[in-house]
Design a protein around this ligand. Structure first.
Ligand code: OGA
Ligand code: MN
Length: 291
């Protein structure tokens, strides 16, 4: 009998993993999940109820874990190795970074390191309203563009800034916040269309995509907005309605994601781990300017 089956959710995205929890860290199961992640973009382990230790074991089996602890506000907790995603003021003194998750994004795009391969969340406390996490396949989005649009965008480069992903949070950003967001991240230049090592192409977009090189600000942002809307069409997206103990893994290199807003005092809590990517996609803007 096979230990694991992965049931597709939609044609372009989503997979439900059926596996006995005793076998979840077996080599062949982890390998099957790694493969399925490429094809499905997001994998759901319904009511897995992993402890922190089990989540860490699975994460470490899956790939090289990146620790955000200490570098991202809210990262400091009882368990140093998991990042707690919550708006709860007692755990998270700087909710801005989590409020930024209300908008389409990819993780770790404005850090000068290989783009994180996968993000993993365990549901520890659900929100009574909102809180669905939504995923959009940017592989499917690119593949299904008309050929002439593919050609028009194939060689474009985009400047990504953390400040851009924080703009939707403010009417006017306080100067102190502006300073903090610019000093803690790196302005990164990434290709708009990413040809990955297996030859498949995906879009690298999200709120952090601030400026298309060689275009006016308005034209570039309009292009990013159109591609974001295109990618978020129902055929390419999966919306996850969380249940207690669900564990979800997504391919951060081919999926953008966001969460439907939830109340900041509802106690919603997700425990996050991250897998390091293998490809250094872009370069810091400074490096190009100095070249
Ligand atoms: C994240 C994220 C979404 C959520 O942790 O990177 O975007 O549903 N989380 O909390
Ligand atoms: Mn995220």
């Amino acid at each position: 009998m096979t230990k694991v089956t992965i049931e597709p959710v939609k044609e372009h995205i989503g997979g439900i993993v059926h596996v006995d929890r005793a076998h979840v860290c077996d080599d062949d199961v982890v390998e099957a999940c790694r493969e399925a992640l490429e094809d499905r973009g997001v994998l759901v382990f319904p009511r897995a109820n992993f402890s922190d230790a089990e989540q860490l074991s699975f994460t470490d089996k899956f790939g090289e874990r990146v620790s955000f602890t200490g570098t991202v506000p809210g990262g400091e907790g009882e368990s140093e190795e998991l990042y707690k995603i919550t708006l709860d003021a007692e755990t998270n003194p700087e909710p801005e970074y989590v409020l930024g998750t209300f908008f389409w994004h990819m993780d770790g795009v404005t850090i000068d390191q290989p783009l994180p391969k996968a993000t993993m969340l365990s549901a520890r406390k659900l929100s009574p309203t909102g809180g669905q996490t939504q995923f959009a396949s940017t592989f499917a989005a690119y593949d299904n563009l008309p050929d002439e649009e593919k050609q028009a965008i194939d060689d474009l480069k985009v400047i990504h800034r953390m400040i851009a992903s924080m703009r939707p949070l403010y009417l006017e950003m306080p100067a102190e916040r502006h300073e903090r967001y610019t000093s803690m991240a790196t302005e990164m230049v990434h290709p708009l269309v990413w040809t990955q090592s297996d030859g498949r192409k995906s879009l690298v977009i999200g709120t952090h995509a601030d400026e298309v090189m060689g275009m006016s600000i308005s034209e570039g942002r309009a292009l990013i907005a159109r591609l974001t809307e295109w990618s978020a069409q129902p055929a390419f997206t999966y919306s996850h309605e969380w249940q207690d103990g669900d564990f979800v893994v997504w391919n951060n290199c081919g999926v953008m994601h966001r969460v439907i807003p939830y109340d900041s005092d509802c106690g919603r809590m997700m425990h996050r781990t991250t897998i390091m990517g293998s490809e250094r996609l872009g370069v810091p803007l400074k490096q190009l300017e100095n070249a």
